[in-house]
Design a protein. Structure first.
Lengths: 615, 577
């Protein structure tokens, strides 16, 4: 076992082809791993080792004078990842890695009050910890040794945590009455383990071929074209009787391109495509063509005029609407209580990244126009023959996935739940999600916004121009694409700078558009403009959506799992490199009275000597 | 109030995965090879950039480009299973752009602001696509020039309010002679399969002992080709190869104290890999020591005569003397500056001399891990006589000069991603007052009797320590002796003890060396400090110290596991595999 504290490895998940369904066993208190339907020819000893160590932990793990564990959970993630990066037709990196990580959770107390949901600065300092990198042989002996130590460490940590939590609770005038952990039906389900398939195509060569077209754009400063091919098998066993082996795969191409305008403004653009498996990825010629388009847009942006300050109607094309909704909605979808924190730092952290829910405690009130509904459905495989990669059969807490109707006819009806109860709802609805064995929390999967009063594109445009005219504008703004700095940043530093530049703005509803057009009322002609932020675009702006189109777009994106960003407004800026797949299905939207602040900063200077030729 | 940047350095004998390792089969390299295309591209872009940047506002006065081309194979096992088996190749570009002048430039240290030890850089293509490489260099040059220009403005505006110290008058950067050397490219061809089997076998052997809670075996093969050009005219291409096998075990004594044992093998040529018998002997030795340490009694605080075997003494010198002889520390007012004003003074007994010689690839036929031909600032490695018959002569220098030591002596080193500072290479301690080990042991017993002590201590292995050289910290050092025996005056067998930490003040302990052994021993390891983890060697004979001070090691509150190991559980029912 190797200790790991910082999670930086690749992971990605997408629903695999549905595995033969195994009937869930009746709820019982006994773990069922040994009886689980593992094929006789199976060489994978993972569940066997988990079962035997779990058995010891359940029956014999006890320290004198303190509680015995009431809940033990083993999670193991088996990753097989191929990563290829090219730039301007040259290979930057090509690697394959196979890794396995385990995470052991032991809780003392009971479902109402247990050792979880508590953040403190102190705690148990073990010699190994309860998480770590473990052997990749899928063997029995080494995993038992590793689980044994991790369980021991997790139990000691739980005992310490419980003592700290109880003393903190005694210091509160009104301790929270919500349960720490909800009961859930145990589930037994073993997916077949797929063999990774990436020898069929020469990915090094494809990445070179695809990115070579960027040499045609001499004004492009830098670029990275990344291929991620990911196979993940997740194992889960709990002392409640859940035994799950689920497999997921994901293939992605993500490209970042950047440049500077002549006045020094930094500009970027991105390209991203996500598929369920490597074989489904577009070929090099297709990617090359798409990258040329991405670069051409960036070049157009480079020579476009600056966006002025503006207040008025804004038409969000469906891709821009989907991206905006993902940012605005996600923080409010979760119905789980926040953990108790001894310090204010945790709260302000969540606040800063726009992680505060605006819907908690507002169930039954109107949050959208009465024609608009919102639901999340992880059980769907596709929509209008497009695959939906946000789905799954079992969530990361071993709970069966289910559709949740969040908003019906404008009224908030439900929230996404993990096994952490909240003020409005108590039980999980199968939305506990996590990346890389981090703490699961409620996240969307395939999120749909629909209207029963949708307008055809022509009517939508007419309404846009009418309301523009009505406001007395010469032109109004149409947003065709929102920015995604996580994908567009050529380096991590660039992403950090972007997050820094947003500052606290993100929690006030600052959103970054990428391709914004002035649309002239007189003749409807369009002019691209650059720079600027949408301001104050939050849940309240959505209560009075002026019009909804009938042109739903499937946006596949990755929830950013870094530093607790998932579930915040910044959370939709993720990468296949460590992200959690989600889709947002939204038509175009017309919003009234949107504020846009043009570029007021100091542009940086342009390089002193011209770029050397690329050919 | 003021949060002090904790400076520590560890003589890390553990796996430094991404650390560059500079060990090279240097002896019979052809004098000059044709310059590789990469170096040509770097030179072309350097000339072009300097033309533009040297007349910019502010002008750049120095530019350097470094491309580190690394090929790494790593196979790791734990508790009888394979942990990982990977191969990777990457090229890392670093651009240094300095604006201002050698005397005062953008790197000038400002007040209490902690300096940044990390150095920016970027991955560049591993394909030899010259236009793309030049594009990346251009990009990175622009980034670093901008950063330097901004930093210089801060330096200029705060110059007036700076407290001037003696060393504050030293220039920020030294000018150095140009050096041109084009060596051949090095490559490794590793078949990982046999190593995958080996690390499984090695760690399975450890698992036979119930005392071993966790074991890791890691094989690493690393080939680094470094390309460097700068505007002073230096142009270098050189390669180094290094193979390493590391064994590591963890245990816990009944009172919860962590027990860790470690051993490693280093070699340059695949044919010199340790054979199975050698590795298994080492494994059995580690198990034996682990089991003995688990049962060993706890040491008591002690001050008295102490004998350090050669390897232990080597680490001792590295920590206590070596780090304090690093030149950049003499400039920093936050540093303790133990030796800053002591050049020309007697700091050690007259029979001891110390040099740091990175130009030696081996010592008495054994390889030295701290060998390198050029340092990470493009300066030729040189042998530096630090202490001559007890007298301090000079310091280890990178390109951050001192008032009295204006030039580098080729010790500017770093791990990739860090800014080079003066570091040790091969620290070699020699003595003119030597005795065979048996005699030295007798001298220890004589001292025990003379001082009326119940016993003396024999330190056989020593590992990672912290050396607090910062002014806010006590001027003390703490290295961790791993294998310590009590040596009794009445002829009883030596007794292994655990939980010992060395404490005390460095100057005092150095002056209390009374005799040394006649056989120098070598410690090869990775040393972690401000500029990351770098491979080093320390060579020393055994040393006898008339009085050394020991404290009790802090023990962990984490007790041994509640349940017995699964493979050694008497109450387990039919679970064995």
């Amino acid at each position: 076992v190797k200790k790991f504290s910082l999670i930086f490895l690749l992971a990605g998940f997408t629903a695999a082809a549905v595995a033969p369904a195994f009937a869930a066993r009746a709820a019982g208190s006994k773990p069922a791993a040994a009886q689980a339907p593992v094929p006789a020819t199976e060489t994978d000893q993972t569940l066997h080792a988990m079962h035997d160590e779990m058995d010891r932990a359940r029956t014999r793990l006890a320290l004198a004078g303190v509680d015995k564990p009431f809940y033990v959970e083993y999670r193991l993630l088996d990753l097989d990842v191929r990563t290829v990066t090219a730039s301007f037709g040259a290979l930057v990196n090509s690697s394959t890695s196979r890794t396995r990580f385990m995470a052991v959770d032991v809780r003392v107390g009971n479902y109402h009050l247990d050792s979880s949901n508590f953040i403190s600065e102190d705690g148990f300092q073990g010699f190994l910890g309860s998480t770590g990198e473990v052997g990749i042989d899928r063997d029995y002996n080494s995993l038992r040794q590793d689980l044994w130590l991790a369980t021991d460490q997790a139990y000691k940590a739980a005992v310490t945590q419980m003592a700290l939590k109880q003393s903190f609770l005694r210091s509160l005038t009104k301790p929270p009455e919500i349960d720490d952990f909800s009961q859930a039906q145990p589930l037994v389900r073993i997916d077949p383990r797929p063999d990774s398939d990436w020898s069929s195509r020469n990915w090094d060569e494809e990445s070179r071929e695809a990115s070579a077209v960027l040499k045609d754009f001499p004004q492009l400063y830098g670029n990275r074209v990344n291929y991620y091919l990911i196979y993940a098998t997740t194992y889960r066993m709990t002392s409640e009787g859940t035994t799950v082996r689920s497999t997921r795969h994901l293939a992605a191409i993500e490209a970042a391109l950047d440049t500077q305008a002549d006045d020094g403004m930094s500009l970027h653009n991105y390209y991203a495509v996500y598929r369920a498996s490597p074989a489904d990825l577009p070929d090099a010629a297709t990617v090359s063509k798409a990258l040329a388009g991405t670069a051409a847009d960036l070049m157009a942006l480079r020579s476009s005029p600056l966006l002025p300050d503006y207040t008025g109607p804004v038409l969000f094309d469906a891709p821009a609407a989907a991206s905006t909704l993902a940012q605005v909605l996600e923080p409010s979808l979760s119905g789980a209580r926040p953990p108790l924190a001894m310090t204010r730092e945790f709260d302000s952290f969540i606040e800063r990244f726009g992680g505060r829910s605006e819907w908690s405690g507002r169930v039954g009130t109107r949050v959208f126009p009465t024609s608009v509904s919102l639901f999340d459905d992880p059980t769907l495989q596709d929509f209008q023959s497009q695959p939906l990669l946000g789905g799954y059969d079992v969530d990361d807490e071993g709970v069966k996935s289910q559709r949740v109707d969040l908003v019906q006819n404008g009224i908030l009806r439900d929230l996404l739940m993990s096994r952490r109860p909240g003020p409005d709802f108590s039980f999980s609805n199968g939305h506990g999600r996590s990346a890389l064995l981090s703490d699961p929390h409620p996240l969307s999967s395939n999120l749909f916004l629909q209207s029963n009063d949708a307008l055809k594109p022509g009517d939508m445009r007419k309404k846009f121009l009418d309301s523009c005219k009505g406001d007395g504008h010469e032109w109004c703004l149409e947003i065709k694409r929102m920015d995604n700095p996580a994908l567009a940043a050529v380096s991590q530093t660039d992403f950090s700078e972007f997050v820094g530049s947003l500052g606290s703005g993100i929690s006030n509803g600052d959103r970054a558009p990428l391709l914004v057009y002035k649309v002239y009322v007189a003749d409807g002609h369009e002019e691209l403009a650059r720079g600027g932020f949408l301001e104050g675009l939050n849940m309240r702006s959505l209560r009075n959506i002026l019009a909804v189109g009938d042109d739903p777009y499937v946006l596949t994106y990755m929830q950013n799992s870094q530093d607790g960003l998932s579930g915040t407004a910044l959370g939709s800026f993720g990468s296949a490199n460590g992200g959690i797949p989600g889709t947002m299905i939204s038509p175009s939207l017309l919003l009234d009275d949107v504020e846009i602040r043009g570029f007021h900063g100091e542009p940086s200077r342009i390089p002193l000597d011209p770029a050397p030729p690329l050919k | 109030m003021m949060k002090r940047h904790l400076k520590y350095r560890i003589l890390l004998a553990s796996a430094a995965l991404f650390a560059a390792a500079w060990v090279c089969p240097a002896a019979d390299r052809p004098a000059q090879s044709p310059p590789p295309a990469v170096l040509g591209a770097m030179q072309d872009e350097l000339s072009r950039s300097m033309q533009a940047l040297s007349v910019a506002d502010p002008p750049a006065y120095f530019l350097s480009y470094t491309v580190s081309d690394r090929q790494l194979s790593e196979v790791s096992g734990s508790n009888s299973a394979l942990l990982s088996s990977t191969e990777d190749r990457a090229r890392w570009l670093e651009v240094q752009s300095r604006v201002g002048s050698y005397q005062v430039d953008d790197s000038h240290k400002l007040g209490d602001r902690p300096p940044s030890w990390t150095s920016p850089g970027t991955n560049v293509p591993i394909d030899d696509d010259i236009p793309v490489l030049r594009r990346e260099i251009w990009r990175e040059t622009d980034r670093q020039y901008r950063a330097a220009a901004q930093a210089l403005i801060k330096v200029k505006t705060s110059e007036q309010v700076q407290v001037q110290t003696a060393e504050g008058a030293a220039p920020d950067f030294s000018s150095e002679q140009a050096h041109v050397s084009i060596g051949p490219r090095v490559e490794i061809h590793v078949d990982r399969k046999p190593w995958e089997e080996r690390v499984r076998r090695y760690t399975a052997e450890f698992s036979k002992s119930p005392a071993v809670l966790n074991s890791i075996a890691t094989f690493t093969a690393l080939a680094t080709n470094q390309y460097q050009v700068n505007t002073e005219g230096t142009k270098l291409a050189f390669g180094q190869i290094h193979y390493r096998l590391e064994l590591f075990v963890q245990s816990k004594a009944p009172d919860g104290m962590d027990i860790e044992r470690y051993s490693n093998f280093d070699w340059l040529d695949p044919k010199d890999a340790p054979d199975e018998k050698t590795v298994f002997d080492s494994i059995h030795e580690l198990i034996k020591e682990t089991e003995a340490l688990d049962k060993a009694p706890l040491a008591n605080p002690f001050a008295g005569p102490t004998l350090l075997t050669g390897r232990a003494a080597a680490v001792f010198f590295h920590e206590v003397f070596g780090h304090r002889a690093e030149g950049f520390r003499q400039k920093d007012i936050a540093e303790g500056q133990t030796f800053t004003s002591k050049v020309g003074e007697q700091i050690l007994p007259g029979f001891i001399s110390i040099k740091d010689d990175p130009t030696e690839a081996s010592f008495n036929g054994q390889m030295l891990l701290g060998y390198y031909p050029f340092d990470d600032e493009g300066v030729v490695a040189t042998n530096v006589q630090l202490v001559d018959h007890g007298m301090l002569k000079t310091f280890l220098m990178g390109r951050s000069p001192l008032v009295d030591v204006p030039h580098s002596n080729g010790h500017g080193r770093r791990q990739l991603g860090y800014v080079p500072v003066a570091r040790q290479g091969n620290l070699i301690v020699s003595s003119t007052q030597t005795y065979p080990f048996a005699e030295l042991r007798q001298k220890l017993i004589d001292l025990v009797k003379k001082q009326g002590q119940p016993y003396g201590l024999l330190i056989d292995d020593i590992s990672g320590g912290f050396t607090f050289t910062g002014r806010g910290q006590p001027q003390a050092f703490q290295v961790t002796p791993l294998v310590v025996y009590r040596v009794f005056p009445d002829g009883r067998p030596d007794q292994l003890v655990r939980g010992v930490d060395i404490v005390g003040t460095p100057l005092v302990s150095l002056t209390k060396i009374v005799a040394t052994g006649d056989k120098p021993e070598i410690f090869n390891g990775y040393c972690g400090a401000e500029s990351g983890s770098v491979p080093v060697s320390a060579v020393a004979p055994a040393i006898l110290i008339s009085e050394m001070e020991f404290a009790k090691k802090e023990t962990s509150t984490d007790r041994p596991p509640v349940l017995p190991p699964p493979a050694h559980d008497p109450d387990a029912k039919g679970q064995a595999q």
